[in-house]
Design a protein around this ligand. Structure first.
Ligand code: KG4
Ligand code: ZN
Length: 339
């Protein structure tokens, strides 16, 4: 091998996916392995932290081994081991962080702690190549819904975030109310495909209020509607709810791009896997003259390739993290770059 190593092993265990990936120079995915715990949690209707932590312990070593093997890499070839240090479930985070420290120490390669949200922001570079800044990212996941101005590699300004529920959380709660099961987002999308989005007019929360966002009232409106309309067609309710979320998210994203003067909008996070949201963002982009970057669906939902990509840049910006780096359940995006 010539030159400095450029492959980063990413490790992600912040919630209910155990994931490892090898990514070259923060851009080229050599392998990406995701072991989902969906079936373990489905019977509880949501993620059970204790169950998640134990499942990570069992899955992590085989998942890391599979990612290295698929990439044809060995530990000592790596530029770094990048691991999600937060935000997320503390018991789950600790499994990945402890393992990554042991691997980095054993292989004699640097450790890089990565903010999970920063990982989502880098997902687009895995499909689109090196990103051109500034750009605005709409980050919509199960725990977060935010608009972020990405000014340069690793430099962020939080423009707005939801005052209450994340968009993904609203999808999950509406799915439960409709009896569609867990995980909710994909189930609502599937049900909505056979429904009429105009069958019910749900509120578009804060649509005319700048970048402010809130999704808990919309979820409550759906639950209340189901209470008063027991014979409602679930597909119609799912479609009408989804249409409301999509309209709000796309309107806010367009406004954020206008206010900041950027020419590129990027989508990230699990909800960005939603087909109607992707289509509406693209259509809005065409009308508003914005370039819209849509990471592949697999890169929108939790994975370790995005962590490896963010880790590559963190290593260059901040250098390695110490082996005493803690896991933090509530780590803010501000702890990665400037916000
Ligand atoms: O980014 P992610 O995988 O994990 C977190 O960091 O939270 O996002 C998970 C969230 C869940 O709330 C899930 O229901 C939602 O993303 N989601 C979707 C879709 N796929 C996942 N929401 C709407 N439509 C989808 N196709
Ligand atoms: Zn995530």
């Amino acid at each position: 091998m010539t030159g400095a190593p450029t492959a980063v092993l990413g490790v992600e265990t912040s919630c209910d996916e155990t994931a490892a990936a090898v990514v070259e120079e923060g851009l080229r995915v050599r392998s990406s392995v995701v072991s989902s715990q969906v079936e373990l949690h489905a019977r509880f209707g949501g993620v059970v932290p204790e169950v998640a932590g134990r499942a990570h312990v069992e899955a992590l070593v085989p998942v890391v081994a599979a990612a290295l093997e698929a990439a044809g890499a060995t530990g000592s070839d790596l530029a770094a081991v990048a691991v999600t240090v937060g935000p997320g479930l503390i018991g789950s985070l600790l499994v990945g962080v402890s393992a990554a420290k042991a691997l980095a120490l054993g292989w004699g390669v640097p450790l890089v702690g990565v903010n999970h949200l920063e990982g989502h922001l880098y997902a687009a570079s895995l499909d689109e190549g090196e990103l051109r800044f500034p750009l605005v990212t709409l980050l919509v996941s199960g725990g977060h819904t935010m608009l972020v101005l990405v000014e340069a590699e690793g430099r962020y300004r939080l423009l707005a975030e939801t005052a209450d529920d994340a968009a993904g959380e609203a999808f999950d709660k509406v799915a439960r109310a409709l009896g569609l099961g867990y995980p909710g987002g994909p189930a609502v999308e599937r049900a909505a495909a056979g429904g009429n989005p105009e069958a019910v007019r749900f509120p578009r929360p804060l649509l005319d209020h700048g970048l402010a966002m809130s999704f808990s009232g919309l979820k409550t409106a759906v639950v209340r509607y189901l209470g008063t309309h027991p014979d409602a067609e679930p597909a119609d309710v799912a479609a009408a709810f989804q249409a409301a979320v999509v309209e709000v998210l796309v309107t806010k994203a367009r406004r954020a791009a206008e206010q900041t003067g950027v020419d590129t909008l990027c989508l990230a996070g699990g909800v960005a896997a939603n087909g109607p949201l992707r289509a509406a963002a693209q259509e809005m982009g065409r009308a508003a003259g914005l370039r819209v970057l849509l990471p592949s669906r697999a890169m929108c939902t939790d994975n370790a390739a995005m962590i490896a990509a963010a880790g590559w840049w963190r290593l260059r910006i901040d250098g390695p993290s110490g082996l005493s780096t803690p896991a933090r359940a509530n780590l803010p995006l501000a702890a990665a770059g400037r916000v």
